[in-house]
Design a protein around this ligand. Structure first.
Ligand code: 8DG
Length: 139
């Protein structure tokens, strides 16, 4: 079976995460975390930084691995690597998506979101309480 390596990013800003609606292709209308296929010679992190620039026109400043999932779609095995992403810019317009939505992890499945991402969203909900407030130094 053909294996495909995909990266996706959970952009975190102002206690919300970004999800985006696919505008074309087999899964048109589905919501996803922005990302795409890893190209030959690229690391996962490089692929994610490239995809965020292409799809949202923002420069990520930090990416942290969150979780991996494996799914089978259209006779292909999709290895999906999910990262928490941080940037000091907000995406301003849709470039490849039809809609960008800021939401909270517990509301992601209020949207028609990829079922294959259930495990990733579960992991996101586990770490979310630790991410809402910046850490304060004791000194
Ligand atoms: N970006 C993204 N893809 C996901 C998610 N969940 C999930 O199953 N996928 C699947 C859908 C697709 O089969 C695959 C991503 O492929 P893609 O077609 O978007 O990749 P790409 O942006 O490089 O597109 P292309 O230029 O090759 O057409 O991963 C997700 O949350 N985000």
């Amino acid at each position: 079976m053909k294996k495909i390596k995909v990266v996706c990013g959970v952009l975190v800003q102002d206690e919300k995460v970004l999800i985006a609606q696919r505008a074309t292709g087999d899964s048109i209308g589905k919501f996803e975390f922005p990302g795409g296929k890893v190209e030959i010679g690229e690391s996962n992190e490089e692929a994610l930084i490239r995809e965020f620039k292409e799809e949202l026109d923002i420069d990520l400043i930090s990416v942290i691995f969150l979780e991996k999932s494996v799914d089978h779609q259209a006779g292909k095995e999709i290895e999906l690597y999910c990262f928490l992403c941080f940037a000091d810019q907000k995406p301003e317009k849709c470039i490849v998506h039809s809609q960008l939505v800021w939401t909270t992890p517990e509301h992601i499945y209020d949207y028609d979101f990829f079922e294959s991402d259930r495990g990733l969203v579960q992991k996101l909900m586990e770490v979310w309480p630790c991410m809402k407030k910046p850490m304060k130094s004791k000194f």
